[in-house]
Design a protein around this ligand. Structure first.
Ligand SMILES: NC(=O)c1ccc[n+]([C@@H]2O[C@H](COP(=O)([O-])OP(=O)(O)OC[C@H]3O[C@@H](n4cnc5c(N)ncnc54)[C@H](OP(=O)(O)O)[C@@H]3O)[C@@H](O)[C@H]2O)c1
Length: 300
């Protein structure tokens, strides 16, 4: 605890899309120590360097850790295998070790890309992962390292994150609508667009209840699927964004086979969020509702 008895929350990856939202949403929960690769708003940390992570824990002595940092370049990971594994698998394993040593809770994020997509019903936490890409494999190794450790971990698998900051589909589409009159977008991958702000808000809500003692980490630790509600293809999502921003662009559906990407993506990666909703009693709004709010934010 800080000298004022306020919990010290070590946020790793505070400059990422989700980390940026967490930095703001976690402020009422405790003292946020915002660590990032560049150390812009707090200490610098490189998850690819075990020494750097150990020094960060020693210096901060956190009460809670939230890890929003990751190697997220899905296609590049196919050739940068070692780096992806170091950041997404070895670093979470070390975070687990360091958190277990002091018994502090850890929140970590994983991905729908741990699944193969060879199904037509929403994936549950008990379903067997079968990642198709290096990124998916590295994220699966990271979540397993935490879940199989002595750390008190909440691993939140999410999907198709977008928001007002960072590199994401919504911002890319919005830019392209201004540059092109026609766009070809993949229509045979189905998932759930999830606003990074919504994920940060539910994380803050859970952490608040944990630090207040209203939730017991021993009771709730484990793996959860956390996305918005509903499902759509990338093409459907692009059309909704186009309509939402009032752009005049023809969006043409194409199969994944026409959009050659180095990493294979699951054709269907909708996550069943019932376990999360039942455990924490939180509502996860439909993706269209969140998109409307996020687009409103972008207008101002
Ligand atoms: N984006 C999605 O669609 C999506 C979907 C499902 C799950 N997730 C998961 O959700 C979490 C948050 O993703 P996001 O979209 O916020 O990703 P993001 O915007 O790419 O942010 C990741 C952050 O990690 C940082 N980082 C990368 N390498 C690092 C290193 N060696 N040491 C320290 N920091 C490092 C990045 O810094 P730089 O920017 O300086 O490299 C960036 O700030 C991740 O666990 C991701 O796997 C994301």
């Amino acid at each position: 605890m800080s000298t004022l008895g306020i919990p010290k929350i070590l946020l790793i990856g505070s400059d990422g899309q989700l980390g940026w939202e967490l930095h703001r949403c976690l402020a009422p929960v405790g003292q946020v120590i915002a660590a990032s690769l560049d150390g812009v708003h707090g200490p610098a940390v490189d998850l690819a360097d075990a020494g750097s992570l150990r020094r960060l824990f020693d210096a901060v002595a956190p009460d809670v850790v939230v890890n929003a940092a990751a190697y997220t370049a899905v296609d590049k990971a196919e050739t940068e295998i070692e780096l992806a594994m170091a950041i997404n698998a070895a670093a979470p394993a070390l975070i687990a070790e360091l958190a277990a040593a002091t018994g502090i809770p850890v929140v970590h994020y994983s991905t729908d890309f741990v699944f193969s997509g060879h199904t037509d019903h929403p994936y549950r936490e008990v379903d067997t992962p079968q990642p198709l890409s290096v990124y998916g494999k590295s994220k699966l190794a990271g979540e397993q390292a935490l879940l199989n450790s002595a750390a008190k971990a909440l691993v939140l698998r999410t999907a198709w994150l977008y928001g007002v900051r960072g590199s994401n589909f919504l911002l890319t589409m919005r830019r392209l609508f201004g540059e092109r009159s026609q766009l070809r977008v993949v229509d045979d991958q189905i998932g759930t667009p999830t606003w990074s702000r919504m994920l940060a808000e539910v994380t803050a809500n859970i952490l608040y209840r944990l630090v207040q003692g209203d939730l017991d980490i021993d009771q709730v630790q484990g793996l959860y699927h956390v996305t918005s509600g509903g499902a759509i293809s990338w093409c459907g999502f692009a059309k909704a964004i186009c309509e939402g921003v009032g752009a005049d662009c023809q969006i043409i559906p194409i199969p994944s086979s026409e959009y050659q990407a180095p990493a294979q993506r699951p054709a269907y990666s909708v996550l069943d969020t019932a376990h999360f909703r039942d455990t924490f009693g939180l509502v996860l709004p439909d993706w269209r509702q969140s998109l409307t709010l996020c687009l409103d934010d972008l207008k101002h």
